[in-house]
Ligand binder design. Structure first.
Ligand SMILES: *[C@@H]1O[C@H](CO)[C@@H](O)[C@H](O)[C@H]1NC(C)=O
Ligand SMILES: *[C@@H]1O[C@H](CO)[C@@H](O)[C@H](O)[C@H]1NC(C)=O
Ligand SMILES: *[C@@H]1O[C@H](CO)[C@@H](O)[C@H](O)[C@H]1NC(C)=O
Length: 459
């Protein structure tokens, strides 16, 4: 036994463990290697001295071994844990769904959100912000749990993150009396839509099957109050640089006394119009600018163009409206309602689902700004078109050659979704290139292949 102690004190920790393992069967050591027997004889003197300190060394060693015995299983468990943690990632990576990068992005987004909410809470300090604060806290622990164990739930967490982000955007609007002064908006969703109240062939000709049209949509605009406008896409049904404006409804209906504006010098100018998404709001036309993720504002008075980027917006026909038939390059759709101006589009970050950004024209700073963004769960390509009314996003789909229907609503004030709607819109031709709501008269304008249709919305 003494020799064993010596041997232990002379060997390092790792070897000691190995020897300890053999302790039960001492004879083994003797048989393993005879030179071990020779060695202590030569250094007997010094060894004798060491014996005195041996007991201390032994207890030290025993402690180390004991510690190792404790720690090793712990470390092994950790390795198993890490491996387990990696497994779902590897699985997800094989599936091409999520990567480590996604996790980090998620974490980053969460941090931003936390900062956001903290600021918001400081400003507002109400029950809503408090709830958000608590929710974000909970989400954070979810993410941490996910990082350490089960990242298959990533989808759930992402979904929670989306909802929280929407809540933050909604919260931001509350102080500004979001719903506006329009009582009918408080009644809820659009209840029904009339048969067409206006039917007209596109003035430039029925062959222009893509474009947009309507009545000037800013409620407070006095000067441009009754302007009607139409904008067929003259090049490949995708681009144009022209806007036709009529001073009155009568002029529009009789296609007389029009005024044409040249928005850009050519169809391929950076300020040219792309896709059927434009809207005349106040004294400016807002539209998706040529081959970009930007919204342009063309001022009818100054004829100057300002632009703003929609972060992450898909363009060049990446996320067009697609239900039944894709409408070429309908990636970015500008809309107006009682609450202001909106851009509807899809981003890769939101998995191609519709997002709605609030646009604000800052006349003083001469700057077009994106102030808020909501993300829906509706895949943009699964809708034939979309519009905004009373802060609610409505999406349409194809029913048959003569009917389109509103089937989905997303309320930006509450973040609630409803995909059980069935509000029919009668149409003349099969294809729909644009559907827009107008808050000044609560009419819905459709560019239906070569026809222009208007409907009355009822709340
Ligand atoms: C005994 O051990 C020594 C040193 O570890 C080694 O060099 C030698 O080959 C071993 N002898 C036998 C018989 O295993
Ligand atoms: C919110 O208001 C309460 C009292 O109304 C106050 O105690 C609290 O510190 C405030 N929180 C923040 C973040 O300002
Ligand atoms: C719009 O953005 C500009 C430039 O970033 C900024 O100076 C201005 O205050 C913003 N206006 C609004 C209303 O957010």
């Amino acid at each position: 036994m003494l020799f064993l102690f010596l041997l232990l004190s002379l060997t390092d920790g790792a070897e000691a463990q190995r020897v300890f393992g053999l302790k039960k069967d001492d004879s083994c050591i003797c048989e393993v290697n005879s030179t071990v027997w020779m060695f202590p004889a030569l250094k007997y003197e010094s060894v004798l001295q060491q014996i005195h300190t041996c007991e201390a060394s032994l207890s030290n060693l025993q402690q180390q071994v004991a510690l190792s015995r404790q720690r090793l299983p712990q470390m092994e468990a950790q390795v198993v844990e890490v491996w387990k943690r990696l497994q779902p990632h590897q699985y997800l990576q094989h599936q091409g769904l999520y990567t480590e990068l996604t996790l980090r992005q998620l974490d980053h987004e969460l941090q931003q959100l936390e900062t956001h909410i903290r600021e918001l809470h400081k400003q507002l300090n109400n029950t809503d912000t408090h709830t958000l604060y608590t929710q974000v806290d909970k989400l954070r622990s979810d993410v941490i749990r996910m990082q350490t164990s089960d990242s298959v739930n990533m989808k759930t967490v992402r979904e929670k993150l989306r909802l929280l982000k929407n809540n933050v955007e909604s919260c931001k609007s509350i102080p500004a009396d979001y719903r506006g002064v329009d009582r009918y908006c408080l009644k809820g969703l659009i209840r029904s839509i009339s048969d067409p109240v206006t039917t007209k062939v596109v003035p430039q000709g029925k062959s222009y099957i893509s474009g947009s049209w309507g009545k000037q949509a800013q409620m407070s605009s006095e000067v441009q109050k009754n302007l009607y406008w139409v904008q067929p896409l003259l090049s490949s049904h995708i681009w144009t640089n022209m806007l036709r404006v009529y001073q009155t409804y009568q002029d529009f209906m009789s296609s007389s006394n029009h005024r044409d504006f040249t928005v850009a010098s050519s169809y391929s100018d950076p300020s040219a119009v792309e896709g059927p998404g434009g809207v005349l709001y106040g004294e400016a036309l807002y539209y998706h600018c040529y081959r970009s993720a930007e919204v342009c504002r063309y001022d009818l008075n100054t004829r100057r163009v300002h632009r703003v980027a929609l972060p992450g917006a898909g363009f060049n026909n990446k996320f067009p409206y697609c239900y039944y038939d894709c409408r070429s390059n309908s990636d970015v759709d500008v809309e107006a309602d009682e609450t202001g101006l909106w851009a509807l589009y899809a981003t890769v970050g939101n998995h191609g689902n519709l997002a709605a950004s609030r646009l604000v024209w800052d006349a003083e700073a001469e700057s077009l700004n994106v102030t808020q963004t909501w993300r829906t769960r509706l895949f943009k390509k699964a809708a034939s078109n979309a519009f905004m009314a009373c802060g609610v996003l409505y999406a349409t789909r194809y029913v048959d050659e003569h009917r389109e229907e509103v089937f989905y609503a997303f309320d930006t004030a509450t973040g609630r979704e409803d995909n059980s709607l069935a509000l029919p819109l009668e149409k003349i031709a099969k294809g729909v290139s644009s559907v827009s709501y107008n808050p000044t008269n609560r009419q819905i304008y459709m560019y239906n292949d070569g026809y222009l249709l208007a409907y009355q919305a009822h709340y």
